[in-house]
Design a protein around this ligand. Structure first.
Ligand SMILES: Cc1ncc(C[n+]2csc(CCOP(=O)(O)OP(=O)(O)O)c2C)c(N)n1
Length: 347
């Protein structure tokens, strides 16, 4: 019962698995598949970084350290659920089955790399706008009474954008089938989360919108899966969820950034000890679920990644006219006019 001078009482819950020595209900082959996806995503990240240095990729946003948040979230989803990412979700795309060469192609500046995505939206560069798209899709699912959910990814910095709050507000009012996953990787470029918000947690912001908030150890892939299973079940039922995955960006913000200018090396070293891949490896070993084939997979993953990168580099440049396509289902008159003008110039 609330005291007379209180207007609201509520709480958010925090989910951990590995740190609590709890056992996962997943089968051994599922755990292995998750581990392999995490390795593949890590190798992609390393390769993309190198390609940027060689001038093949213009700018890249690394996900190193955030594999558990992304791959765990996707693991809990169904194929016909929708995914709405921002710009750091390459690991999530990999777990959703996006072709690796297409992902490289996109980072090489070729929009055709994201042309045939099914139920997944392309990379969103403006910070926070994708939250509105995610909740809009979730509202449509609610109106159509579909038993599906949409998972939107966003960063701690985006929680200061109006779009984030508008999206959460609408999600609650319209029973959107949405789970908004905030990957709290502690920094929005050089802005630490302590300066981003005075709130103790990001998850608690859900309470103001009358929806559920859950915080999860975002470097514990098993906890992320557990939290997402709970969140997705609610979302499919028209109860949207805000899920904060507490994690850490181990690399620079992008390849154009130098994080040593605002981040203490000691802090990075400490977080490296919580690297989600090492944590899963330790967990598997401690629970007699480790298999040597997983060790060998690293080499295989590297081969796969190199092959995909080479394939992407061999793709012919698109025709200029293609930049007018794929944006709208029906091309608006203004674009038709621009396209025609370009064709005249090219003649
Ligand atoms: C609307 C808008 N404002 C500013 C930027 C420049 N910008 C790019 S990333 C970024 C920080 C984003 O931080 P966060 O939301 O925490 O995501 P993270 O990069 O940490 O994954 C900013 C300010 C932008 N892309 N869009």
């Amino acid at each position: 019962m609330m005291a007379a001078n209180q207007v609201y009482e509520g709480a958010i819950k925090r989910i951990e698995v590995m740190a609590q020595d709890e056992e996962s209900s997943l089968e051994k082959d599922q755990l292995h598949e998750i581990y392999r996806q995490m390795i593949l995503a890590r190798k992609f990240d390393e390769k993309a970084f190198k390609l940027q240095r060689r001038g093949e990729v213009s700018t890249y946003a690394p996900h190193k350290g955030q594999e558990a948040s992304q791959i765990g979230a996707v693991f809990a989803m169904n194929d016909d659920d929708w995914m709405v990412p921002s710009f750091r979700e390459t690991a999530a795309y990999i777990a959703r089955g996006a072709p690796l060469d297409k992902l490289f192609q996109r980072w090489m500046g070729d929009a055709r790399g994201q042309k045939d995505l099914e139920n997944d939206l392309p990379v969103a560069i403006p910070v926070g706008t994708q939250n509105l798209h995610a909740v809009g899709i979730g509202m449509a699912m609610s109106f159509d009474e579909e038993e599906k959910a949409v998972v939107g990814f966003t960063g701690d910095g985006s929680t200061s954008e109006g779009d984030f709050h508008e999206a959460l507000n609408f999600s609650g009012v319209f029973d959107a089938h949405s789970v908004i996953v905030v990957q709290n990787n502690q920094y929005a470029i050089s802005m630490p989360v302590e300066k981003q918000t005075n709130a103790e947690t990001i998850a608690q912001k859900a309470l103001a919108y009358g929806i559920e908030g859950i915080q999860v150890d975002g470097n514990d892939v098993l906890a992320v899966i557990e939290a997402m299973n709970e969140a997705l079940e609610k979302a499919r039922n028209g109860e949207p969820v805000l899920l904060e995955a507490v994690t850490y960006r181990l690399e620079d913000h992008t390849t154009s950034d130098d994080s040593t200018r605002y981040r203490d090396e000691q802090e990075v070293e400490e977080w490296k000890e919580h690297d989600p891949i090492l944590r899963l490896k330790d967990y598997l070993k401690e629970n007699d679920q480790w298999d040597e084939s997983l060790e060998e997979y690293e080499e295989k993953a590297e081969e796969k990644i190199n092959e995909a990168a080479n394939k992407a580099m061999e793709v012919e440049d698109p025709e200029m006219e293609e930049m007018f396509e794929y944006v709208y289902k029906e091309m608006p008159d203004l674009l038709k006019k621009d396209k025609k003008e370009l064709e005249e110039v090219e003649k």
